[in-house]
Design a binder for this molecule. Structure first.
Ligand code: B1M
Length: 212
């Protein structure tokens, strides 16, 4: 099992999209737990990429290739991670905030929330505060989930919360935030209703806020 997971991590680091899809399918066929494939294969590889990029050992095109490979792997994992649609227990509008193009973590949160029975309206990346709020109203959503990966885009989260207050909606629509630079302290500072460190905790948080 370890060697299969290592191959997935290595393949992701090499940005090998086709191989990754095949390797992830092989791991599933070998009955390796999908969450193990995600954490010890795909995310392990992406962590290495993040560190190497931070240390200037690799460059943006390398990161882009790894991200594409991540998406290929997630496409294979998605049906097993999100499971059968058991009927909606609430609607969540989710997206990555304006100016921010990182969507891998946000996609994971979407997949896990969908798997937990929530209807997801995924606005993608680079989403404006107005778009989050207008979409939540349109879909009668009770929760907006905001993701940010850049310290420079974190202030966009506050804009969504301010807009909800301005429109008198903050009692009806809750905001949760997450992403690598985001913290519990930051969430409290901007008046968010909750912070989740990872996708699994996002599910627990959304359930709590929805009273499910
Ligand atoms: Co970018 N990037 N990037 N990048 N990139 C980071 C974030 C960085 C930390 C790399 C580094 O320097 N070590 C750094 C940010 C520094 C900072 O702001 N402090 C950085 C930079 C600088 C940049 C550019 C500015 C580089 C440049 O152009 N010179 C540029 C910005 C573009 C833009 O957004 N405007 C850029 C571009 C890119 C790519 C496009 C090449 C690519 C993104 C592709 C894509 O997403 N489609 C990319 C990538 C892949 C990364 C790293 C390597 C990996 C991010 C990732 O996907 N991780 C990243 C390094 C790192 O994070 N260590 C880096 C895996 C993912 C599963 O984790 O998203 O953290 P994460 O999600 C987690 C949790 O955070 C949480 O759950 C997930 C796990 O379960 N979570 C939530 C996330 N959202 C949540 C929402 C919730 C709850 C939990 O509730 C709603």
């Amino acid at each position: 099992m370890k060697s299969m997971l290592n191959k997935i991590s290595d393949g992701l680091q090499a940005g090998d999209c086709e191989d990754i899809a095949v390797l992830v399918q092989e791991a599933l066929d070998a009955s390796i737990n999908p969450k193990t494939i995600l954490n010890d294969g795909l995310l392990h590889g992406m962590n290495v990429i993040g560190k190497q990029f931070g240390n200037h050992e690799i460059f943006l095109p390398d990161v882009l290739l790894a991200a594409k490979a991540m998406h290929s792997g997630l496409d294979v994992l998605k049906p097993v991670l999100s499971g059968d649609d058991a009927g909606s227990i609430g609607t969540v509008v989710i997206g990555t905030v304006k100016g921010d193009l990182h969507d891998i973590g946000k996609n994971l949160v979407s997949i896990m929330l969908h798997g937990a029975g929530f209807e997801i309206v995924d606005l993608g990346k680079d989403v404006s505060a107005e778009s989050f709020v207008d979409t939540a109203i349109l879909h009668n959503a009770s929760i907006i989930g905001l993701s940010a990966l850049l310290t420079t885009t974190m202030p966009e989260m506050k804009k969504v919360i301010t807009l909800l207050h301005e429109r008198g909606l903050s009692d009806h629509i809750r905001v949760i935030v997450g992403g690598a630079p985001v913290s519990e302290t930051f969430a409290t500072e901007i008046g968010a209703d909750g912070y989740a460190h990872d996708a699994a905790r996002a599910v627990t948080l959304v359930k709590q806020l929805s009273g499910v």
